[in-house]
Structures are given as C-alpha cells and as structure tokens.
Design a protein around this ligand. Structure first.
Ligand SMILES: Cc1cc2nc3c(=O)[nH]c(=O)nc-3n(C[C@H](O)[C@H](O)[C@H](O)COP(=O)(O)OP(=O)(O)OC[C@H]3O[C@@H](n4cnc5c(N)ncnc54)[C@H](O)[C@@H]3O)c2cc1C
Length: 368
C-alpha cells in the first residue's frame, strides 16, 4: 500500500520478477504526497553524521545502484528522470560555520569519502553567483540530484508496463490476518483485497493501519518540511551544483528551475504553508546567493517526512508472516529508493535479510 516513490519502486521491481502486484493508493493519483515535495538530493556524503554510519553506508549503496536502476527505468519507459551528476558544495558563512565545516571534512576523510576543502575564492570560481562574504566551502563531487516528480512518473509507467497495477482512490483501512499471517487488506468502504504478502509503504501514514497486531507496528511520525520551487526567467546557469548551508539547500534542475528547502517542523499532519516558512528559506539562501531574490516563485509546498524513533528506515519482513515494511525513510527516501526496492524484493522472494540494522522487527514487541 502507498504509491509514493518507495511503493512504486518496490511494485515495479516485484512486477518485473513476475509477482502479481497491486499498489493501493489513497490519493487521486500516484506520488501526490511526500515524494512530490522532495528536493531530490542524492547526498549520502554531504549528509553523513558520525552517529548514523550504517545509514550512510546504506545511502552509498543506493547511490551506487542508481545509474543502473535509472538506465533500466529509462529503457522500460523512455522517460527522463532529471538525474543530474552535478556534485554538491557545502558552504560556511562565518568562522563558526567554517570550523564546523572543517570538522565535517575530517569525518569524511577518516571514512575515505570524497570531499575537498575549497577557499572561498575557489568556490566562487566554480559558482560565481555565491556571495563574496562566503568563508569556506567543501566540494563533494559524488553527491548528485534527481527530479522526484519525473522519477515517480517514470516508476508508475514502468510498474504498469511490467504488468503491475496502481489503484488510486483506494485507501486501505485494515490489514486482514488469519492465524498470525496476512491474508490481504480491507479498503475504507469495505472491499477486501486478498494477498499473500502486503508491503506497507505508506510514508508518514504507515502507523495508522488497523489490524496490525499490537507490538507489530512501526512507529512512524511526520516531520513537516516547507519548500520553494523557483525558476530563473533568464534560463539556466545561475548555479550548477547543489549548495547546502546551515538552514537549507538550493538544488538546480539544470534547466533554470531550482528547489529551495527546507524547514523542519514538528506539527503533526499539518501541511499548511506559511509566510514564515518562505521567509526562513529565503533569508538563509539570500546570505549566500543574493540573486535568489530575482528568481520567480512557482510553488511553496509542504511535505511530511516519515520519521522513526531512530531516524532510520524500516525495510523488510515484519513481525507477522506475509507483512513487509518499506517505511520511515525520513529525509532520505528518494536517495534510498533503489536499495529499498532491492531489499524488499529479497524479502518478498524469501531471500536472506541483508541489513539487520534496518529490520522492522527492531521495533516489534511481539515475536515473529
Ligand atoms: C521538504 C522535503 C524535502 C525532501 N528532500 C529529500 C531529498 O532531497 N532527498 C531524499 O532522498 N529525500 C528527501 N525527502 C524525503 C522523501 O521525500 C521521503 O523520504 C520519501 O518521499 C518517502 O516516500 P514514501 O513513498 O515512503 O512516502 P510518500 O511519498 O508519502 O508515499 C506514501 C503514499 O502512501 C499513501 N497512503 C497513505 N496511507 C494510505 C492508506 N491507508 N492506503 C493507501 N495509500 C495510503 C499516500 O497517499 C502516499 O501516496 C524530502 C522530504 C521533504 C518533506
């Protein structure tokens, strides 16, 4: 259940393998929720935290899987996904941020990750639109970006082409089980859909499924992010790399469009957009890229990142037979799409679990 980037990718891979796939989607179309809002950074190196090394390794594995994943997707659909091998610059505005960036560099060097210190003048040679007040930059050449809206459109097409089905306006109300194994789901409205295996890929709504035995559910909660979509009326070229700074990031699409994100707000399932959200995003970006104010605003939107208590996703078989989870991807769902699809498919076809750190059963309080 759930036709976001994760459910579509899992469904595509499963249909390719010959399984009969129906993706049940509550909304009026596929990928209208969190996945439609995401910026699309594929940035495991920029986002590395000393406390989240298993997640970084998962991200690196996914980034490595991306080129082949996209080649197959384009082969299957003929559609472009907006994949841009653009690299990323991490930016510091003042001496405190420069010190923090130097620590970030040491961590990446100690892990053998590709990141290089750039003087402000060197960074401005690469990206002339950066403000003269820039203090220091890190060049992360292997962190790239993709357009999540194009990616999900291609995944939906590939899924159908492989024999799968996306049923929209089909909100799942309840998991159906008998003798401790899955027998299907019941939709809001009462219809039963029989299935031997059910994958819950409902993003931040993944915990709200009735019928999951107590203690077998995954605790997922929403973390709101507001994000701006902009374009440069004079065309592409203002910025060629993703830039990240304290308070946000700006992602170029390569065609004069940009995505400026994102706030982090604990506001439950609220997706209203606010003047304060837009102000925060523009204020931080303006300090490093003054010409951001000349861009035209196309859209201000808000999405809900699906977060778990340990900030890591839950991927694979759950605590009852036939139930699988592909949820809790928080800030990294687009990045982790290829590897998640691969891991869930392994579970669906009865292969060995590959990454116990991300096993859904770490949250379970009932025995498998
Ligand atoms: C502002 C912002 C920026 C982001 N930027 C990035 C980024 O740069 N890089 C990155 O990797 N990640 C990014 N993310 C995170 C990424 O968007 C998410 O991790 C990812 O989209 C989660 O995908 P999903 O398919 O699990 O969830 P969703 O896209 O939310 O899909 C879940 C689907 O399940 C459906 N659903 C829910 N309940 C039911 C039900 N009962 N029955 C049937 N269907 C149901 C929903 O309608 C929805 O379509 C960002 C997120 C936000 C909010």
């Amino acid at each position: 259940m759930g036709a976001g980037v994760i459910g579509l990718a899992v469904g595509w891979r499963a249909a390719q393998r010959g399984l009969k796939v129906i993706v049940l989607e509550a909304d009026t179309g596929p990928a209208r929720r969190t996945s439609a809002v995401a910026a699309g950074m594929l940035a495991p190196i920029s986002e590395t935290l000393a406390t989240e090394l298993p997640l970084m390794r998962l991200g690196l594995a996914s980034v490595q899987a991306y080129p082949e994943f996209l080649a197959e997707l384009t082969d299957a659909t003929g559609m472009d996904t907006g994949y841009l091998r653009c690299g990323t610059l991490l930016l510091a505005r003042d001496s405190d941020e420069a010190e923090a960036l130097a620590r970030e560099l040491s961590l990446r060097e100690s892990l053998g990750l590709s990141a290089h210190r750039l003087r402000a003048s060197e960074a401005r040679r690469l990206e002339p639109a950066l403000a003269p007040t820039l203090r220091l930059a890190l060049d992360v050449p292997d962190d790239h970006a993709i357009d999540p809206r194009k990616l999900t459109a291609a995944l939906a097409r590939a899924l159908t082409a492989a024999g799968g089905e996306v049923r929209t306006n089909a909100p799942v109300a309840e998991l159906a089980t008998a003798e401790c194994r899955v027998t299907g789901v019941r939709l809001v409205g009462g219809e039963r859909v029989a299935a031997e295996q059910v994958v819950v890929a409902a993003g931040p709504w993944s915990s709200s499924l009735d019928g999951v035995p107590e203690g077998a559910s995954i605790p997922v909660h929403p973390v709101k992010g507001q994000i701006l979509r902009l374009h440069d009326p004079s065309g592409p070229g203002l910025l060629t790399r993703v830039v990240r700074f304290s308070g946000g990031y700006l992602v170029p699409r390569g065609d004069g469009r940009y995505v400026l994100g994102a706030t982090m707000e604990e506001r439950g399932f609220d997706t209203t957009v606010t003047a304060g959200g837009a102000y925060d995003l523009l204020r931080d970006a303006f300090e490093l890229l003054p010409s951001v104010t000349e861009l035209v605003i196309d859209e201000l939107s808000a999405g809900l990142r699906p977060a778990t208590p340990d900030n890591a996703p839950a991927i694979g078989p759950g605590a009852i037979e036939g139930l699988h989870w592909a949820t809790g991807h928080f800030r990294h769902g687009v990045l982790l799409t290829p590897i998640t699809a691969q891991m869930v498919l392994a579970g669906l076809t009865g292969e060995e679990a590959q990454a116990p750190e991300f096993a859904p059963t770490r949250f379970a309080t009932v025995a498998a």
